[in-house]
Ligand binder design. Structure first.
Ligand SMILES: Cc1cc2nc3c(=O)[nH]c(=O)nc-3n(C[C@H](O)[C@H](O)[C@H](O)COP(=O)(O)OP(=O)(O)OC[C@H]3O[C@@H](n4cnc5c(N)ncnc54)[C@H](O)[C@@H]3O)c2cc1C
Length: 359
């Protein structure tokens, strides 16, 4: 046996779970691309919004907060999150206000914080401090260092093309070499169902959904660095300051087959129009744009656990739009299950994320 744990996928899901497993046995992580974090994990908005998601996801957010604050000197910096709505967005705004526990602002107060907001268009506004920027590269590289420093192997440029079940575990062929391991961890992002099929298991029905992003120059005469992230009520669009520029997303969710995603011009234009409707600064130029796939299980909760149909096949999948912020606690939960350790996380969350709900 070459290794104990074969992890497929070098995004945040695979790298974080590999880091947690490294003290428990030999880890070999296989990634198609030449660099870690090339797909969804390198394309995120890099926000940690503690209240985002259904209750089990919020529990993961909270459980991982102290890791984000302390690991490698901390990867969080204050951002804040403001929600704004038009007169017709009353119900959507109220739902966001309750869910995120927003402090209400008048349109003029909102404009004092973000001067480009148009008080004639903003009918509702609220803000929370419980949102931070994540240094996602530092987060990912920190987990990767933990794998390597504990003797684990990270093999990039190695696409898994064949998976064979043997009595002792798995034989996995990647980049012309075969690796033998006891347990297979499927952390292949948008490709998780393809990996399951390769291993002879029926897929669980994940849907990759495209989300696009446009980078705009700072509006004339403005310095957006201290602005909060701004969300159109009901997640119709969002805008986030990034290195003195603005990122604007149409908050699109278009189902796609797994691929190297790119932004659709029409989707971007429609999203930019929704953003422009609420601000006094017109969009003059899109400097660059990109898209990534956020992959969801049918119930939009993560899938973490052994497949009930094969005790050596483990899912770490369905991170959707929260894979960065949930990574510390989700990977800890995975390692607790894989290592057979009792823990508070398992007691609270194992059943909610179990793949058994789809098998
Ligand atoms: C625009 C956008 C904004 C987002 N904003 C946020 C945010 O603010 N906060 C947040 O927490 N999350 C956010 N997310 C979500 C977050 O980025 C994802 O949940 C997370 O990156 C998923 O990580 P992953 O490792 O599962 O997938 P990926 O990063 O896609 O990694 C999967 C990897 O598996 C590899 N792979 C697939 N098949 C094989 C194979 N056969 N052999 C070897 N390797 C294989 C792929 O090459 C890929 O690198 C956002 C996502 C997008 C797209």
């Amino acid at each position: 046996m070459d290794t104990d744990f074969i992890v497929i996928g070098g995004g945040i899901a695979g790298v974080s779970v590999g880091a947690r497993l490294a003290p428990l046995g030999r880890v070999t992580l296989l990634e198609t691309e030449k660099a870690l974090g090339y797909h969804a994990s390198g394309r995120s908005a890099a926000l940690f919004d503690e209240c985002l998601g259904a209750p089990p996801i919020v529990a993961l957010n909270r459980a991982g907060h102290s890791y984000h604050q302390t690991a490698d000197g901390g990867v969080l910096s204050p951002r804040g999150l403001m929600v704004v709505g038009r007169a017709e967005d009353g119900a959507a705004f109220e739902a966001d206000r309750r869910h995120m526990d927003l402090r209400a602002l008048t349109p003029d107060e909102a404009q004092e914080i973000v001067p480009i907001l148009d008080p004639a268009r903003v009918a509702f506004a609220g803000i929370t401090d419980r949102a931070w920027d994540i240094d996602t590269d530092r987060l990912l590289q920190g987990f990767a260092r933990q794998i390597r420093s504990q003797g684990g192997r990270i093999e990039t440029g190695r696409q898994v093309t064949a998976i064979v079940r043997v009595e002792t575990g798995w034989q996995v062929t990647a980049g012309g070499e075969t690796v033998e391991g006891r347990i297979l961890i499927n952390a292949a992002g948008a490709w998780v169902d393809d990996v399951a099929r390769m291993a002879g298991l029926a897929p669980l029905g994940f849907t990759p959904m495209r989300r696009s992003m446009a980078q705009l120059p700072a509006p004339a005469g403005q310095d957006p660095r201290r602005w909060p992230m701004i969300l159109g009520a009901g997640e119709r669009w969002y805008c986030k300051p990034e290195a003195g520029k603005l990122l604007v997303s149409p908050a699109d969710e278009d189902p796609m087959a797994p691929h190297d995603a790119f932004a659709d011009d029409m989707v971007l234009a429609e999203g930019l129009a929704r953003y422009e409707e609420m601000v006094t600064a017109p969009v003059t130029r899109v400097e660059t744009s990109w898209a990534g796939l956020r992959t969801f299980a049918p119930d939009r909760l993560l899938v973490i656990g052994f497949d009930p149909r094969d005790p050596a096949f483990f899912w770490h999948a369905g991170q959707g739009g929260v894979g960065m912020q949930t990574s510390p606690a989700a990977s800890e939960l995975a390692a607790d299950i894989l290592g057979g350790r009792a823990s508070e996380l398992r007691r609270m969350l194992e059943a909610s994320f179990s793949p058994a709900r789809f098998c």
